[in-house]
Design a protein around this ligand. Sequence first.
Ligand SMILES: Nc1nc2c(ncn2[C@@H]2O[C@H](COP(=O)(O)OP(=O)(O)OP(=O)(O)O)[C@@H](O)[C@H]2O)c(=O)[nH]1
Ligand SMILES: [Mg+2]
Length: 278
Amino acid sequence: MDTFRKAAGGIGLRGGAGETQLEMDQRSLKQRIDTLQKRLNKLVVQRKQQRKMRHQRGTATVAIVGYTNAGKTTLLNTLTQAKSIAKNQLFVTLDPSAKQCCLPYIGQTVIVDTVGFIQDLPHELVAAFRATLEETTTAQLLLHVVDSVHHNVKQTIQSVNEVLRRIHAHHIPTLLVCNKIDANDQLTPRIDYDQTGCPYRVWITAKNHLGIDLLIQAMIERLTHDWYHCCVTLCAKEAKLRAQLYDAHAVMEEKVTANGKQQLTLTIKPALYHQLID
Ligand SMILES: Nc1nc2c(ncn2[C@@H]2O[C@H](COP(=O)(O)OP(=O)(O)OP(=O)(O)O)[C@@H](O)[C@H]2O)c(=O)[nH]1
Ligand SMILES: [Mg+2]
């Protein structure tokens, strides 16, 4: 009943004469929404600029997505040793959090944490979270974190896939990361591959740091799945090309042949291969 109480009116008093508590609450909520909206808009512009710079530098982006409470922030912490918040609450990750690391063969990679999805995420919320969701739509790889001991694990996966469709991110290569395997004795860390030899699912516990090496291996395999795996033989005068290949983290192995040439085993993006070699 207190909500509908008439506030003490009078000229000069905050809220104006006769304004109800409910009206005052609504006004202050609207101001709060406006402030948050302005901050979000600023964030969208900043993030866009950062993405553009990353794209120009050839930095890969991996976005961690998933149902709320699946362990996304814990995974980001484990992967990058970052000190983001990890609490047993809904939506603790409201601000986007991005950490950078250097992955073998891939080079500089930004790993982005995103807000937890929920079932039937309202349209307005999808719009409000677009600052973090935009990171998702421009990523090269999604890590879809799943709480593998959730009572309705299938439903959580479907809900997340539905949001990914709504933000047009469903076409991005995705690794299903089945987390919290420590809570089920039957589960051990492993990578599951499809018939083409492409990894599609990894079993881990982010909290106990188990299976993280397998996850990184699967991320690299998935990110480089369409890349060329080949050998090139270089002579001494091709030192510049050799340096460029090393700079691009494309060299997996180097041997010297019987006639003194350098034989490089490469894992390389097709575009870079055609730019430098072909
Ligand atoms: N048993 C177990 N608990 C975990 C594991 N990883 C994360 N958790 C717990 O799950 C809860 C949620 O973890 P968060 O990392 O905050 O989850 P989130 O997906 O980022 O959550 P939102 O940002 O709220 O969507 C915390 O209590 C974590 O400690 C794990 O491997 N095993
Ligand atoms: Mg989180």
